[in-house]
Design a protein. Structure first.
Lengths: 414, 84
């Protein structure tokens, strides 16, 4: 704490995910070890090798209403739903517009809208292209829409780093408060990647699971039989607030957003670094930023996407940098929300810290040999998270993205 | 192609309900799109395109900016239909 004059706390959570339309339903499904992955029946899957994904449990367009929804890409719809929930969860929050910021990211933005717009252009001509096309396809659209809705005028940002975008958004939000630019920031990540183009493109990399006959068993981080990730859709959001601002209004503080750490692999555009050096560096930087010792970290929500290449280097890096924390990979249940993943898994880490319980990593039938040999403590069932000090208990979320981006966030109990 | 004022108003009400979520019965001739119906310039473009399709008239961009009220659109559609 000593490193920063301003302490940042989390005072609101929101999410709409394959497991539920809000935080409570999503978190209880995680604790119950439920999978949100399904076999899909869309016509466009016919010629693709992958037939499974984790679709959102609740249609965001139904939540927002027809008129609002038709002007937003699906990823923006998820973002607005999650941000509204987080804002409500933060209680009776009055903040000067000039002191309120938004940081909301996506990995690829409104790609489905881009494609639909191009279809309209080719089939009907430019005059039938929606005047809302640009706000729907721009990757900063979610940040702009939320800023508009909340009248947040301290800045609206959308850092993009593929699958670590959601975590990077939260880190950027912490920076806004620490640097004095804002008192309150709504931060999160979103993605709507269940579309032929996304499926085909990730499948072309051989990155997706093709365990089509066992959808709920397909996402299996750390298991020997893992064969790729499963696409998921949705968004998650947090309300970040300076500790002083939260105290003055008597806010319920859920956790401290204690530290953020970053690194880049500079190894390969998509493959993870085999020795996990970049991942380890991000974790180390996050702990240093938080002023937290590795022994304080009781829980890690791993990036672990269920790819053959990614899970082992991360697990070993966690063991080296942190030691004996209980590690969960909630992507085993939600699939991979791409730009939403870092936000959702940060929210899950915060809930785990709050309730002192780690959600299970499902489908670990046969733990990978290297992970077992290293003694990484993978939670395969619900696990309590005791902590006997010194210092407050901490949880860490890892998020890594194509491009070699590594982001680690550290949260502590208040 | 001669549509009555009442027919155009009803058609316009349907379009505005669909695009902007303003109930059709609030779309009356004297209403100003921006001040009364809270319709922004982007939605106006969508409404104009839908109106062109529905009423079979052309609404060039330099005409669009003159269409400030529901009555302006009704009159324009009637004029264009007559001259077409």
């Amino acid at each position: 704490m000593a490193r920063h004059q301003v302490t940042v706390v989390v005072t609101g959570l929101g999410a709409t995910t394959p497991l539920g339309g809000d935080i409570a339903s999503t978190w209880s499904a995680m604790l119950a070890g439920r999978s949100g992955v399904r076999r899909l029946s869309h016509d466009w899957l016919a010629d693709l090798p992958v037939k499974i994904a984790a679709e959102a449990a609740v249609d965001p367009a139904a939540v927002l209403g027809r008129v609002a929804a038709r002007r937003m890409d699906r990823c923006e719809q998820f973002a607005v739903v999650a941000a509204r929930q987080a804002w409500r969860d933060a209680g009776d929050l009055h903040v000067e517009p000039e002191r309120l910021g938004v940081v909301f990211s996506s990995g690829v933005g409104g790609l489905i809208s881009t494609l639909n717009t191009y279809d309209t252009l080719k089939e009907k001509g430019w005059q039938r292209v929606s005047p809302f096309s640009v706000p729907m396809l721009m990757p900063n659209g979610s940040a702009g829409l939320i800023s508009l809705e909340l009248r947040a005028r301290a800045g609206a940002h959308a850092p993009a780093s593929a699958c670590s975008s959601g975590a990077e958004a939260i880190g950027y939000g912490m920076d806004m408060i620490r640097s004095g630019r804002a008192d309150v920031v709504v931060a999160g990540g979103t993605e709507a990647p269940i579309h032929a183009l996304h499926v085909a493109s990730f499948a072309a990399m051989r990155a997706l699971s093709i365990r089509n006959d066992e959808p709920q068993r397909a996402s299996r981080p750390f298991d020997k039989g893992r064969d790729g990730f499963v696409l998921g859709e949705g968004a998650a959001a947090v309300v970040l607030e300076s500790a002083g601002h939260a105290a003055r209004r008597g806010a319920h503080v859920i956790a401290t957003a204690a530290g953020a750490g970053y690194s880049a692999d500079a190894h390969h555009i998509a493959q993870p670094e085999p020795d996990g050096f970049g991942a380890a560096m991000a974790m180390r930087h996050a702990l240093a930023d938080a002023g937290v010792a590795p022994e304080q970290v009781v829980h890690v929500n791993a990036h672990a996407t269920s790819t053959p290449a990614g899970d082992v280097p991360e697990a070993l890096a966690i063991k080296r940098e942190i030691g004996d924390a209980v590690v969960s990979a909630t992507k085993s249940m939600t699939g991979h929300l791409i730009g939403g993943a870092g936000a959702l898994e940060s929210v899950a880490a915060i809930c785990a810290l709050r309730d002192r319980v780690a959600p299970p990593t499902i489908n670990v039938d046969d733990l990978d040999d290297e992970i077992a040999a290293a003694g990484v403590d993978i939670a395969t069932e619900l696990r309590p998270l005791p902590h006997s000090g010194p210092g407050p208990a901490a949880a860490l979320n890892n998020s890594f993205g194509f491009g070699g981006h590594n982001v680690a966030l550290v949260f502590t109990v208040v | 192609m001669a549509m009555t004022e009442k027919e155009i108003l009803a058609g316009l009400g349907e379009i505005i309900d669909e695009i902007a979520g303003v109930p059709a019965d609030e779309v009356t001739p004297s209403k100003n799109f921006v001040d009364d119906l809270d319709i922004d310039s982007l939605s106006m473009v969508e409404i104009a395109v839908a109106a062109q399709d529905k009423f079979g008239v052309e609404i060039p961009d330099d005409e669009l900016k003159n269409l400030r009220t529901v009555q302006d659109v009704i009159s324009y559609v009637q004029r264009s239909a007559v001259s077409a």
